[in-house]
Write a protein that binds this ligand. Structure first.
Ligand code: UD1
Length: 417
């Protein structure tokens, strides 16, 4: 297993790149199942999750060309299999987004249930309920979802909560359904708008992506397209906070400021100077940061995927800040690890109260993707040496993060056990 060894205390400075968004790429790659034509992505991220999605798509009969981290070309001339097996799905929960497109194109799909993960139970009931409303017959047996539908029909769907994966799955089913679908209470995340952009290029008729009501008029077939996925807003936010936590100044590019507004507004309120220049965002702070209160919420609210990193940042701020997690039920696993580094944090239910304190380096254990990023940030500002173990969690979402941190001046290296 690999770990990061970090010597803390170096203010980061400079400009760093941001890779294409993993969470945008995953559904966009699944969308290639909807057409027998070629879909090309100008760039991708070199991440295990992207490799896992490509493995799954190849298993379903998609021809792929290119490697994660570079341009990718996919063509699903015909689907050779309509089953996403447990061995492939268990590696990555987001595999469930193949269900909608497989069903829409092939009339049948058998997909292993993804199951929970460290941060929560993460059911997929909303995905299934919506597909049933569109005429699919669905059974859940032996850990698999089995769905059949000769041709899906457009339907009015009301999601009980804003679900990113659910909205994506149902949107991909609706584009090839017969008639009109209206998706009420849809999630509004930029990754959904990006998917809708790709689908529209392929010939889908979609209105309202990025709002909570998405209207889709089904078409009988879709064509190929070329697409560039949006830059990863979570990676950009993590790198900006890495700069601030060390008292340095980091600029990220490319980035879309609108995608990060909730974070940027909070950082400004804490006393950070934020500079936006086209597709570049810079953050610095001369006089230190003041604490702030944050509540995670679906977009355009504060992203749950930046919550752990924000908790790390609050340990460096003056005063006490509270962080309320409203999306996932078990997303404070970074807190006991931060406490081992000297952080003063009290958790009560889904609220963490974080008091500013000096951190000292320690061996810590990453429990999930964003918790690992939080611990790396803590290590960057802690006095002395921090070892972040189980860095494979980090590698699922950040392409060789240590190289970018090194380029900004951080003393961080990857070591094998
Ligand atoms: C996506 C992101 C993840 C992010 C999350 C919330 C990807 C690959 N992952 O995950 O990084 O943290 O959005 O912004 O894009 N829920 C149900 N039933 C459902 C679906 C969801 O109860 O059928 C619940 C979930 O348990 C969770 C909440 O709704 O509490 C939001 O989940 P959802 O938006 O679906 O998250 P993902 O798409 O899995």
């Amino acid at each position: 297993m690999e770990r990061f060894v970090i010597e803390g205390g170096v203010p980061l400075s400079g400009t760093t790149g941001v890779r294409p968004s993993k969470n945008a790429l995953l559904p966009c790659l699944a969308a290639t199942l909807l057409t027998d034509q070629t879909v090309t992505f100008s760039d991708s991220a070199d991440l295990m999750d992207i490799a896992s999605m490509l493995d799954l798509l190849r298993h379903l009969g998609v021809e792929t060309d290119g490697e994660p981290g570079g341009p990718l070309t996919l063509r699903a001339s015909s689907l050779s299999g309509l089953e996403a097996p447990y061995e492939l799905v268990r590696k990555m929960r987001a595999s469930i987004v193949v269900l909608g497109p497989m069903l829409a194109r092939g009339g049948r799909a058998r997909v292993s249930l993804p199951g929970g993960c460290a941060i929560g139970a993460r059911p997929v009931d909303q995905h299934l309920k919506a597909l049933e409303a569109m005429g699919a017959e669905i059974t859940v047996d032996h850990g698999y979802v089995e769905a059949t539908a000769k041709r899906l029909r457009g339907a009015d769907v009301v999601f009980d909560m804003a679900t990113v994966g659910g909205t994506q799955n149902v949107l991909m089913a609706a584009v090839l359904a017969e008639g009109e679908s209206v998706l009420h209470n849809s999630a509004r995340e930029p990754e959904i708008t990006d998917l809708a952009d790709l689908l529209s290029k392929m010939g889908a008729r979609i209105e309202g992506a990025g709002t909570d009501t998405i209207r889709v008029r089904g078409v009988s077939s879709l064509a190929g397209a070329r697409h560039t996925c949006i830059p990863d807003r979570i990676e950009a936010g993590t790198l900006l906070m890495a700069g601030l936590i060390t008292g340095g100044h980091v600029t990220v590019s490319p980035a879309v400021p609108d995608h990060l507004e909730a974070l940027l507004a909070k950082l400004r309120a804490m006393g950070a100077a934020i500079r936006v220049d086209g597709g570049a965002i810079g953050a610095s702070c001369l006089g230190g940061l003041n604490a702030a209160d944050v509540m995670t919420a679906p977009f355009p609210g504060f992203p749950t995927d930046l919550q752990a990193q924000f908790v790390a940042l609050l340990t460096r701020a003056r005063g006490v800040g509270t962080v309320k997690e409203t999306i996932f039920e078990n997303r404070f696993m970074h807190v006991p690890e931060l406490a081992r580094m000297g952080a003063d944090i009290r958790v009560d239910g889904n609220v963490a109260m974080v008091a500013g304190s000096d951190l000292s380096g320690a061996p810590v254990m990453a429990s999930d993707l964003r918790a690992s990023a939080c611990l790396v940030l803590a290590g960057l500002c802690a006095e002395g040496k921090t070892e972040v173990r189980r860095i494979y969690h980090l590698d699922r979402g950040y392409q060789r993060l240590e190289e970018r941190l090194q380029a900004l001046g951080a003393r961080v290296r990857r070591e094998k056990d």
